[in-house]
Ligand binder design. Structure first.
Ligand SMILES: Cc1cc2nc3c(=O)[nH]c(=O)nc-3n(C[C@H](O)[C@H](O)[C@H](O)COP(=O)(O)OP(=O)(O)OC[C@H]3O[C@@H](n4cnc5c(N)ncnc54)[C@H](O)[C@@H]3O)c2cc1C
Length: 483
């Protein structure tokens, strides 16, 4: 077998990011992917009917666009184009009120009534300081470069989301709106990191918007892969690595997989203390996902919701908090928080002329096999009566099917592990360089390392920098170092 400097196992956004950083530093890199197609959680396919392109995993990419690493790469030259809906997010309520997150803080705040001032005061400093503080929370734990700015962010971020919503805001609609942002964390809203994730996603709406790639998430993966190959990198698909003996010779292996999968790889001599730490890694709840081919656009009660690609369905703070608590505690909520995405009104190539696609999921207990299709459709119908009449075809995945689509989604957990504060910056083990395993030359680069879930490639980037520091200290730095 041919020899490489590094072999990356898995072609998710983090595997691709790690491979690019290593390859552009002058090293020879091979990516081996288990599936026939590259991209991991960032893939698009005709899941329902011919001509309807559905994002199987990720759909909306504020972090992908804002990623300090992806921003350095010439991805536009490799076909990546971004699409924006006029409003980033919509949060409809039962009385027809709909809050939308606009790129402008002023426009957003002006629509929040009694909560306008509180919203401005909360968001403005985060948005203003974004470029200084983002590299610190998009990487491993370290002393912040701008401690005062980080402390001011941490003051709000390190609270429970329910506490933050209740102490900052007065109206049920704005409290619900914040809960919808925080619930992306897939955590009970009482957990401290949920507020931070809500604040980051809200601020990103003002910093870069919530764009998505033209044609689907696969466009991000394809652009990354094409750039990697243009640098001389190689990719092999359709080969699942089960043993170190499946790998060609290299000085480093970089695994875009989660801790429990690493434990299953034959021939990896991980010390028992490290193995025990990986065994204790905590995964979060799973998801139940539905994709629809629709005969028409979604008939929202309030047309404001039609202006946003992402819609948070779940109503009040109390309802959303209960829904997230239930998934965490092993229960199925009957009116769950649903993340709904409609790309085709803004990206018409996703569906045949006049037709539409929609994508949704709710959080469920890990390993759940319960069919949540009707429950999710009822939630859409609640805010968009007549929605069910537009359904032409649907495709669903319970947690086990999600896990079959991608072996990294253990029990349906799409974040590579629970994003608890104890597992946010030091995942999967308590270390300042959690990308390095306890075995020389073996590294982790998946979303089970900091900064966690999402299509941003920052786990891969930091893992690659660790590999270079450890094993190839003499290679020349090609891009700008992200702190
Ligand atoms: C339904 C859904 C919705 C989501 N929505 C969003 C969103 O809107 N925005 C966002 O930013 N993120 C979203 N995410 C999360 C995002 O997709 C993940 O956080 C991201 O893909 C993680 O990237 P990764 O590179 O760490 O791992 P993955 O993308 O999971 O890639 C891992 C790759 O490794 C391969 N692999 C695993 N084991 C082996 C092996 N033994 N041998 C060879 N190959 C192997 C897998 O096949 C896979 O291709 C969503 C995910 C899902 C499923």
């Amino acid at each position: 077998m041919k020899k490489y400097d590094c072999v990356v196992i898995g072609s998710g956004p983090n595997g691709l990011a790690a491979a690019i950083e290593l390859q552009r530093s002058g090293l020879s890199v091979l990516i081996i992917e288990a599936k026939d197609k590259i991209g991991g959680g960032a893939r698009t396919e005709e899941l329902t009917l011919p001509g309807f392109a559905h994002d199987i995993g990720s759909a909306i990419h504020p972090l992908g666009f804002a990623s300090p690493f992806f921003r350095q790469l010439p991805l536009a030259n490799f076909g990546l184009e971004w699409v924006y809906s006029p409003e980033a997010v919509a949060h409809p309520m039962d009385d027809g009120t709909t809050i939308t997150l606009n790129r402008s803080i002023e426009i957003t705040a002006a629509s929040l009534g009694k909560d306008a001032k509180a919203y401005r005061q909360l968001m403005k400093p985060i948005v203003k300081n974004w470029e200084d503080i983002a590299p610190d929370f998009l990487g491993p734990f370290r002393f912040p470069k701008y401690p005062l700015k980080m402390a001011s962010f941490g003051l709000h971020a390190l609270q429970s989301a329910t506490w933050l919503a209740n102490t900052q805001f007065r109206t049920p609609a704005v409290k619900g709106f914040f809960a919808g942002l925080a619930a992306h964390s897939i955590l009970p809203l009482e957990k401290v990191s949920a507020a931070g994730i809500g604040l980051v996603l809200g601020a990103l709406g003002h910093v870069v918007g919530w764009p998505f790639p033209k044609g689907g998430a696969q466009s991000i993966s394809n652009a990354l892969a094409a750039y990697f190959k243009s640098l001389g990198g190689e990719i092999e698909t359709g080969r699942e690595v089960q043993s170190v003996s499946d790998l060609p010779d290299s000085q480093a292996t970089v695994w875009d997989i989660t801790p429990w999968q690493l434990l299953e790889i034959e021939g990896l001599t991980l010390p028992s203390a490290y193995r025990n730490q990986l065994k204790r890694f905590q995964y979060g709840p799973g998801i139940f996902k539905v994709d629809w081919a629709l005969s028409d656009s979604i008939p929202f009660k309030n047309p404001k919701a039609s202006q946003a690609a992402t819609i948070h369905l779940g109503g009040t703070l109390e309802e959303i908090a209960q829904s997230e608590r239930d998934a965490w505690q092993g229960k199925h909520n009957q009116r769950p928080y649903v993340l709904l995405v409609q790309q085709s009104p803004f990206d018409p190539i996703r569906a045949p002329k006049g037709k539409h696609t929609a994508w949704a999921y709710c959080h469920v207990p890990r390993y759940s096999t319960q069919d949540m299709t009707e429950i999710i459709e009822n939630q859409v119908e609640r805010f968009a009566p007549g929605f069910k009449d537009t359904i032409l075809q649907k495709h669903t995945m319970n947690t086990r099917q999600v896990n079959r689509f991608n072996p990294n989604y253990i029990g349906g957990d799409i974040n590579g592990g629970a994003q608890l504060i104890t597992q946010l910056f030091t995942r999967p083990t308590f270390s300042l360089t959690p990308y390095r395993t306890a075995t020389k030359g073996v590294y982790l680069c998946s979303s089970s390392t900091p900064p966690g879930g999402g299509v941003h490639g920052m786990c891969g980037y930091h893992a690659a920098r660790t590999v270079i520091r450890d094993i190839f200290p003499d290679v020349k730095q090609r891009g700008t170092i992200v702190r």
